[in-house]
Design a protein around this ligand. Sequence first.
Ligand code: HEM
Length: 477
Amino acid sequence: FRKPTRMPPGTFGWPVLGELPPRSIPITEHLRNLKKKRGDIFTTKWGSHRIVVVTDYNLIKKAFNHPDIQGRPAFFSFDMFIYFKNAGIVRSHGSVWTENRRFMLRHLRDLGMGKTALEGSIQQEAEMLVDHLDKTCVGKPAVMDHSINCAVVNVIWQMLASKRYDVEDKLMLWYSGMIEENFAIVQGRVFLIDVFPWLATVLPSFILNKFFKVDVLCRNRDEIQSMFKKFIDDHMATLDPNNPRDVIDQLLLERAHRDAPDFLTSEDELDVTSIMGDMFVAGSETTSSTLRWMILYMAINPEIQAKVHEHLDAVVPSDRLPSLNDRNQLQYVDAMLLEVMRLSSLLPIGLLHTATADVTFEGYDIPKGTSVLACAEMCHRDPAYWKHPDKFYPEHFLDDEGKLDGKKEGFLPFSLGRRQCLGESLARMELYLFSTAILQRFTIEPPEGVTLSTETDPSQMIFNFPKPYEVLLRKRI
Ligand code: HEM
């Protein structure tokens, strides 16, 4: 229970409990309080997990590039989705992670991530989204949720399985509902099992189900697994090795070299379904929540919205959607989007890494198995990097000549280093194309008499999701 002296300053707190973060204040505020007493790098303990917290941008960069700080902690609510095996990308480690990550990066590149090949499918979704909002939300207070999720999820469906679903499609509604339910459970009481993993083995199943909703998570996981398996079987039955259609085809062709062409080992099958699940989970709620933040910040900052409209109107004719070709002339819009990501800090503490060997870092010991936590939101609000840390100020990302400066010190919404977000280019492209399509068509306002707030729920530690809100859309073109 006692912290080894050569670990960074701090304490392991109470026996068994450690120093659990209070759920009544935001996690960044809690860590900022500890930093004041302990410094830029310090030790804490959440239940059974020893954690080294890194608050300084340059130290985070160094830590997350360290080859032995690339593992993931064993968290029940994460690992149950891969049946406690080493599979997929987000939660895998060692050679499984290296191979799967390399595969996905290569194929996303081949499919044109960050370039123009995906542009058409994102624009198609953007057009359907604005048409849907036009029909259902104009002129009255409306909640922006399912249709935005649907547009973003369709981009992933198209990329993985050459499929898309309408906003009212049963499968889309079922899938979105299930993902929403999983996020709510994972950010809730199940955190206690994450930090005290032994609870899962000692508590009777009726308590695990009643209080932690473990049965709901397991049911959702198994249903998603069967759906993915069906897609894999359909792809296997129609696969043309000379003409791969999508990521599933590419994955099957890659795995087929290992065995017979129409056969996947159960290990490979779990790996393929886990990669699919990772792309959906990591790539949908993140992007759609950032879009919801953008809409909220635009409603709250009408002068900035007016400036975005001015830039869009000057560059893009009203009879077509904004495209990647316009992007160079719409640097203010990109700066606005980066500012949305800075202030919202969707993943305030990123995803935890783990030391896979004993590491010496900055003169301190980080024993094997210790987690390393990067304080992204703290960097995003640090006055050392930002002129107006708590203000919505797109100029943070523009130089004196109004040119975009997107690689700012202190900015890490996609994390840094070897495990940096794999979908960053895709996410940036989606945020740009969806946001410009929405802002070209609509003006966003708070409903009359309503003051919108950017406050988040402090009990949600992993994601800073915007609280549900309503806005008023007015048609511009
Ligand atoms: C605004 C949108 C997004 C944000 C803010 C975001 C942020 C992040 C962050 C902070 C991490 C953790 C990196 C680390 O462990 O250090 C991450 C990992 C990851 N992201 Fe994203 N992400 C976004 C969109 C996407 C998209 C669109 C995809 C793919 C379709 C994606 C796929 C992944 C994957 C696979 C990982 C795990 C990487 C690994 O463990 O090697 N993300 N993301």
